[in-house]
Design a protein around this ligand. Structure first.
Ligand SMILES: [Zn+2]
Length: 237
C-alpha cells in the first residue's frame, strides 16, 4: 500500500494532447473568415478595371472622331479650288477672289498715303500650280514632305486655292520677299497695325506648331464666303 502511494506520487501525469499549430490550416481559416471581404474587394477592383477600360476606349473613339473632323494633312487644312468665274485679275499675274479685290486694293491705297508701298507677290494658285510648287521644290531641295509642308501647302491644302489669300511684300525692300525678315519692314509693321481694318489676317503666326511663320501671307475674312472657307481654321483645337 505504502509502495503504491509512492508510485502514485511519482506517476507520470496523463499526457495532454496538444495539436501542433499547422500554419497552413491557420491561413485557410483566416481566408475562410475573410473570404466575403476579399470577394468584395476583388469585385470592386474588377469593376473599376472594367470601367477604366471602357472609358479608355470611349476616349480613343472621341479622339478619332475629333481627328477625322479636323482633316489636316501635315498641319494644313483642305481647301477647294475657287471656280474661275469668281476670280479677277488685279495685276498682270495675280488673280484674287472677287469678294476681296476692293478691300485689297483699298488697303494698298491707304498704305501709300502713309508712305508704305505694298507689293502683291502671289494671289490665287490653282491646285495644279500648287502641285508643281509642292513637288518640284520638294525634290529640288531634297526635302521630305513634312519639311516642305512647313513652308508650302500640299496641293488641295493651300489657302491660295481659295483666292482669299495674298502674299505681300515691301516694294522698297524686295530682298525680304517670302522671307521671315519681312517682319522687320515698314510694310509689315503697317499691316500689323492696319490690315484688320480691311479684313485681312495673318494666317500662319509664330504659334503654329506645323507651319512656319509667314509674315507675308495674309488672308481675307471680309465676306460670308471667306468666313465659311476659314471657319475650321479659326476654330481652336
Ligand atoms: Zn502664301
Amino acid at each position: 500500500m505504502e509502495l503504491n502511494k509512492d508510485i502514485d506520487q511519482f506517476d507520470i501525469q496523463i499526457a495532454k494532447r496538444t495539436y501542433l499549430n499547422n500554419p497552413n490550416s491557420t491561413l485557410i481559416k483566416k481566408l475562410f473568415i475573410f473570404s466575403p471581404f476579399l470577394f468584395l474587394i476583388l469585385s470592386v477592383a474588377a469593376l473599376r478595371f472594367i470601367r477604366n477600360v471602357e472609358l479608355k476606349s470611349l476616349n480613343n473613339l472621341k479622339f478619332q472622331v475629333e481627328r477625322s473632323h479636323d482633316a489636316r494633312i501635315l498641319g494644313h487644312l483642305p481647301y477647294n479650288e475657287t471656280p474661275k468665274e469668281k476670280l479677277v485679275l488685279i495685276e498682270p499675274n495675280i488673280e484674287v477672289h472677287i469678294d476681296m479685290r476692293d478691300s485689297l486694293l483699298k488697303m494698298r491705297e491707304e498704305a501709300k498715303k502713309d508712305g508704305i508701298y505694298l507689293v502683291f507677290l502671289s494671289g490665287y494658285r490653282s491646285i495644279n500650280l500648287q502641285n508643281d510648287i509642292f513637288y518640284s521644290l520638294k525634290s529640288i531641295r531634297n526635302q521630305e514632305a513634312a519639311e516642305r509642308a512647313r513652308v508650302s501647302a500640299p496641293p488641295g491644302y493651300s489657302e491660295h486655292s481659295t483666292g482669299f489669300a495674298i502674299d505681300i511684300g515691301d516694294a522698297t525692300q524686295r530682298e525680304t520677299d517670302f522671307e521671315t525678315d519681312f517682319e522687320n519692314t515698314d510694310a509689315f509693321r503697317w499691316l500689323i497695325k492696319n490690315a484688320a481694318k480691311f479684313h485681312f489676317k495673318l494666317s500662319f503666326n509664330k504659334d503654329n506648331k506645323y507651319v512656319d511663320y509667314e509674315p507675308w501671307h495674309w488672308r481675307y475674312e471680309g465676306s460670308i464666303e471667306a468666313l465659311k472657307v476659314f471657319e475650321s481654321s479659326n476654330r481652336k483645337l
